[in-house]
Design a protein around this ligand. Structure first.
Ligand SMILES: Nc1ncnc2c1ncn2[C@@H]1O[C@H](COP(=O)(O)OP(=O)(O)OP(=O)(O)O)[C@@H](O)[C@H]1O
Length: 248
């Protein structure tokens, strides 16, 4: 895919952001609060319109010119704040996610497949609002995975999750990329981003500050400018971890 956002109309939310990615990559979108991560993800999926000047291409086709059903067949999307669905059961909530999928991807087995992937089978009969925040996050991620689309767009997939489930979800997203999907995810945990992503896109005040391999993007200068932090890196057999301290 390639993305170029010159500007979103009448807004400075995103300006001059361009990057490319390909199937098989796990791309982390990082940046401080308000940097433009969610705006970028909604621009990718064609929801943030109108782009004043810009384009998003997948296999040389313009995503912005695709029909709604073509986009549903292309993207699995986890929003930052999913819409509320009232007092329905987890099972009904997931079934409602099957409705608009292409018929080939929407069989009853699909629900079982994602329930197993996220280990949420035990929650299926329970009312969704009765689950904890982290449990609900896993249900919403499960819904985003329904349909097995080739491009996953996840806005903070590990938000509200405990450490065990953060690692599980990051490993799952990594395995999707290893099996040929394109995964793009907004992430706040830079240690997890460095450990699991192939590529990072660092946004700062709506603009692209850096894009490339984690070690290159998470440089001392970029961390200072984008997050006002200084970091020590811890390298172990399990991977790298960042120990941040405030610069101001
Ligand atoms: N609907 C909107 N209309 C106008 N401006 C918006 C809208 N939504 C967000 N913004 C602004 O656009 C900028 C980028 O917001 P965005 O939600 O993309 O940031 P983010 O990097 O995802 O932040 P966070 O880490 O806090 O989730 C912010 O300054 C925000 O105030």
């Amino acid at each position: 895919m390639s993305l170029h956002v010159a500007q979103i109309a009448h807004s400075t939310r995103l300006q001059q952001v361009s990057f490319t990615a390909k199937a098989g990559q796990f791309v982390g979108i990082i940046g401080a609060n308000g940097a433009g991560k969610s705006s970028l993800l909604t621009a990718i999926t064609g929801q943030l319109m109108p782009l004043h000047q810009g384009s998003v291409h997948y296999n040389e086709r313009s995503v912005l010119h695709m029909s709604a059903s073509e986009r549903r067949a292309l993207f699995g999307y986890l929003p930052q704040s999913p819409a509320l669905h009232g007092d329905i059961s987890v099972s009904h909530f997931l079934q409602s996610g099957l409705v608009n999928l292409p018929a080939a991807n929407a069989g009853r087995d699909e629900l079982t497949r994602v329930a197993n992937l996220l280990a949420i089978t035990g929650f299926l009969p329970r009312p969704l609002p009765h689950l904890s925040g982290g449990e609900q996050r896993r249900i919403h991620l499960a819904r985003a995975l329904l349909g097995d689309q080739p491009w996953l767009v996840c806005d903070e997939p590990t938000a509200s999750l405990d450490l065990h489930h953060q690692l599980k979800v990051m490993a799952l997203l990594r395995s999707f990329a290893d099996n040929g999907k394109l995964v793009t995810a907004a992430l706040h945990d830079l240690s997890l981003a460095a450990r699991f992503c192939d590529k990072l896109v660092l946004l700062h005040e709506g603009r692209l500050m850096a894009c490339g391999e984690p070690a290159e993007v998470l440089s001392e200068a970029n961390l200072a400018r984008a997050f006002a932090i200084k970091a020590r890196w811890l390298c172990t057999e399990q991977g790298v971890a960042l120990l941040p301290t405030l610069l101001k």
